[in-house]
Design a protein around this ligand. Structure first.
Ligand SMILES: NC(=O)c1ccc[n+]([C@@H]2O[C@H](COP(=O)([O-])OP(=O)(O)OC[C@H]3O[C@@H](n4cnc5c(N)ncnc54)[C@H](O)[C@@H]3O)[C@@H](O)[C@H]2O)c1
Length: 287
């Protein structure tokens, strides 16, 4: 089995840009593919800014900064992924988008053992494998936000993932990236979001019902439970569109009312108030 040296990241938003930074900092040749040139430029800016912050905070040296920068490329053509040993799909949390990507990229990869991973939070991995033409090499490799900082990676093999692929990704995440894997079953939400998302949705329902202000709900969980940030600030950081999409997938799978997005979340997403990445969510980030 070939060593993983060339990585592709599809989607360079919040997560894709973080994952690309992680693989570039690990010394791997990293190609990020976005939908158009504007989005590719945006991804590049995000990664460069994050590397500069890491340098300023002395998390990396000048040399490491320069090496990571030289490992990164940004483009708009999926065809350029042909020679990759690993592709991590980190496009928007939308099943149709991901199914199209898995069927296209599955046919583009030239190496038989190339792994096609998804960073999805809630879409069934088995479905992505089924359309890829290479189900044995498809699995969930779920990073956390911000990817360069958070240690956890959930490994999610589906019913059709080969044990070689799972073990290869476990070794890669541990040895090449220096992160800590846990293994979860291919059920919407895996371990972390199954616990986290109903909590976030409950906080949004509480705010919508007028129990308390957003600041007081968040302060309650920060000071009362020792959480690093409250649920509404965390929802803004994740992206309200992503929180809603994960809730919908989990509700679709389990029909648990607690997973169903409340109307306020629907309205905020419809209005484009999706949190920090758009400048406004439960809080205003325009300044
Ligand atoms: N936000 C989080 O905290 C978080 C954490 C873990 C996992 N995830 C998962 O990571 C994935 C990405 O989430 P995000 O927060 O980065 O979203 P995001 O909205 O910040 O970025 C998504 C990016 O995907 C791009 N994209 C959409 N369709 C594409 C296509 N066909 N080809 C290439 N690029 C495409 C968009 O242009 C956008 O830049 C989702 O599956 C999400 O569930 C998110």
């Amino acid at each position: 089995m070939s060593e993983i040296a060339r990585v592709g990241v599809v989607g360079g938003g919040l997560m894709g840009s973080g994952i690309a930074e992680v693989t570039a900092r690990a010394g791997l040749d990293t190609l990020v593919v976005e939908v158009d040139q504007d989005a590719a430029d945006g991804a590049q800016k995000r990664v460069e800014a994050s590397l500069d912050r890491a340098l300023k905070r002395q998390k990396i040296t000048e040399d490491e900064r320069a090496t990571a920068g030289s490992r990164l490329r940004f483009g708009t053509s999926l065809a350029e992924l042909a020679d990759r040993d690993l592709v991590v799909e980190a496009a928007s949390e939308d099943e149709r988008t991901k199914l199209d990507l898995f069927s296209t990229i599955g046919a583009i990869l030239t190496q038989d053992d190339a792994v096609l991973a998804s960073n999805t939070s809630s879409i069934p991995i088995v479905k992505l494998g089924a359309v890829s033409g290479r189900p044995g090499q498809v699995m969930g490799v779920h990073f956390f936000n911000p990817a360069p900082v958070m240690q956890l990676v959930e490994l999610v093999p589906s019913l059709t993932t080969s044990s070689d692929t799972t073990e290869r990704m476990r070794g890669f995440v541990t040895d090449a990236l220096g992160k800590e894997p846990i293994e979860a079953t291919d059920r919407a939400g895996f371990v972390v979001n199954s616990l986290l998302v109903p909590y976030l949705l409950s906080a949004i329902r509480m705010y919508e019902a007028g129990y308390a202000s957003a600041a007081d709900i968040d302060q309650g969980m920060v000071l009362g439970c020792g959480h690093p940030m409250g649920p509404l600030a965390l929802s803004d950081l994740i992206g309200l569109d992503t929180v809603r999409a994960i809730g919908l997938s989990m509700y679709g799978e389990f029909k648990e009312p607690l997973y169903s997005p409340p109307p306020l979340l629907d309205r905020m997403v419809d209005a484009g108030l999706v949190g920090k990445k758009s400048g406004r969510g439960f809080y205003d980030y325009s300044a």
